[in-house]
Design a binder for this molecule. Structure first.
Ligand code: BG6
Length: 447
């Protein structure tokens, strides 16, 4: 089942996974960019499609390769070599009972190793209730699993060995407990998540040594400016950090959506640190931006991320792990606030090295120490917030306004409302209201 959206065509049953062609069934995460051409070729050969998706094209290609006498694994290999774009897939064939073939490029996929059973999943937290032993696949890998075997090969078909990791996630972390839904649970986990992110990194005299890794000293000392790249909520966290770093460390910061960055040319002043922010560490645009940054001449790369074993973390020079724990709700909550906590540490560390008054530095550190308590107080407002939400529930639109670092927070508020309630919302810097959007404000518009 596929319950949220379809990347191709409308979200209806025909466009929902799995997709089937002949004897093949497939589920897919990602986007195939040359699907239109492949679809046209298959249609010219007489194939009739039943959905609008790029995924069904893959199913049809695999089925055609099976017709040519290849076995399932070879047919998947031959198919993925024809694809441009991102995929993590799991494939079954009616003619190969007891076998599942998976493949990944640009989207995460791992194998959960059980006893007399094996699993494919996008993320360790999806499998933690059935096994703790995980085998992470590399870019381009194809894997065939049965009940008691796992065979990995690279895109060239040569066998490959991948290390097995024992996941440290606890099953409690992915259970809903007393809460009505995961997002509510994750909102209430914020004080703990933020406290964990600061733990052993912030002391009474400031940010502790090696918070950004043992190799961070020279890089942070040489930093003359920052480019921050991210998507969605993580992008908003980056925008907040721009206000902090420019004010406290007096270093110039530019923040850009990863999908824009990767498709344009940028100017990189000497001494610029590239910073990527991502909850999952697997967002395709952010990962592509990090890889692209290698040829653009940065001082180094830093990743702020919540998933220790993710591709972004593996590929960056410096890393700061947010310790939010698994975030299951699609709309980011505790991941956002822990990113802000991590970015506050970065801002303070840069400020200390680049001339902030020591008394101000200590005062800011003390405020940051207090943050988990302040969040706890804010969460006490839940009953009042529920009452207010009742007043807004019938509204079609909302405007969020904020000045300074509260402007990106307004952007995040508007994103949250859209993503979760399907109510249209926009955010503006407070001073911009009078320059156009005011025209929309009437007695029905919450501001
Ligand atoms: C989007 C999600 O797909 O990815 C957003 O809907 C999220 O909620 C964005 O913020 C970026 O994700 P990540 O994992 O790179 O922080």
């Amino acid at each position: 089942a596929h319950t949220r959206w379809a990347t191709h065509g409308v979200p209806n049953e025909a466009n929902a996974h799995p997709h089937i062609a002949g004897r093949v069934a497939i589920v897919h995460n990602g986007i195939i960019e040359n699907h239109a051409r492949l679809r046209a070729e298959l249609q010219a050969g007489g194939h009739v499609f039943t959905s609008d998706t790029d995924t069904e094209v893959m199913a049809a290609l695999i089925d055609r390769h099976l017709d040519q006498g290849l076995d399932l694994r070879e047919a998947v290999l031959a198919t993925v070599r024809e694809l441009e774009g991102a995929y993590a897939i799991a494939v079954l064939s009616r003619d190969a009972p007891g076998r599942v073939v998976g493949a990944r490029r640009g989207a995460p996929l791992l194998v959960g190793l059980g006893i007399g059973e094996n699993f494919l999943g996008s993320d360790a937290q999806a499998l933690i209730q059935v096994t703790h032993r995980m085998l992470y696949l590399d870019e381009g890998d194809v894997v065939e699993i049965t009940r008691d075997s796992v065979q990995v090969c690279g895109l060239d078909g040569a066998p490959a060995a991948r290390a097995v990791h024992e996941s440290e996630l606890s099953t409690d972390a992915v259970e809903r407990g007393e809460y009505r839904h995961y997002m509510q649970k994750e909102i209430f986990e914020q004080p703990h998540a933020v406290a964990s992110t600061l733990e052993a990194r912030l002391g009474p005299h400031g940010v502790l040594p090696n918070t950004f890794g043992v190799d961070s000293d020279a890089l942070l000392q040489a930093t003359r400016g920052l480019h921050i790249i991210a998507c969605g909520t993580s992008y908003h966290a980056g925008l907040v950090a721009k206000y902090w770093i420019e004010e406290f460390a007096r270093l110039p910061v530019s923040v850009e959506v990863a999908s824009e960055y990767r498709y344009r040319e940028t100017v990189v002043p000497e001494g610029t640190l590239f910073v990527a922010i991502s909850q999952s560490g697997e967002t395709a645009d952010t990962l592509a931006a990090l890889r692209e940054s290698r040829r653009r001449g940065y001082l180094g790369t830093l990743v702020i991320c919540n998933s220790p074993e993710s591709s972004l973390v593996r590929e960056a020079d410096l890393k700061l792990m947010t310790r939010a724990g698994p975030e299951i709700g699609v709309a980011s909550t505790k991941a956002f606030t822990t990113q802000l906590a991590g970015l506050a540490l970065l801002s303070l560390e840069l400020a200390r090295r680049h001339g902030l008054d020591p008394d101000r530095y200590i005062a800011l550190c003390a405020e940051l120490q207090h943050l988990p308590r302040a969040i706890e107080d804010a969460l006490q407002l839940e009953p009042a917030i529920i009452e207010l939400a009742g007043e807004f529930i019938q509204r079609q639109h909302a405007l969020f306004l904020g000045r300074g670092a509260q402007y990106p927070v307004a952007l995040e508020g508007a994103l949250k409302l859209k993503e979760i309630s399907y109510i249209h919302a926009e955010a503006y810097p407070a001073g911009e209201l009078k320059h156009g959007p005011l025209a929309l404000v009437d007695e029905k518009m919450p501001v």
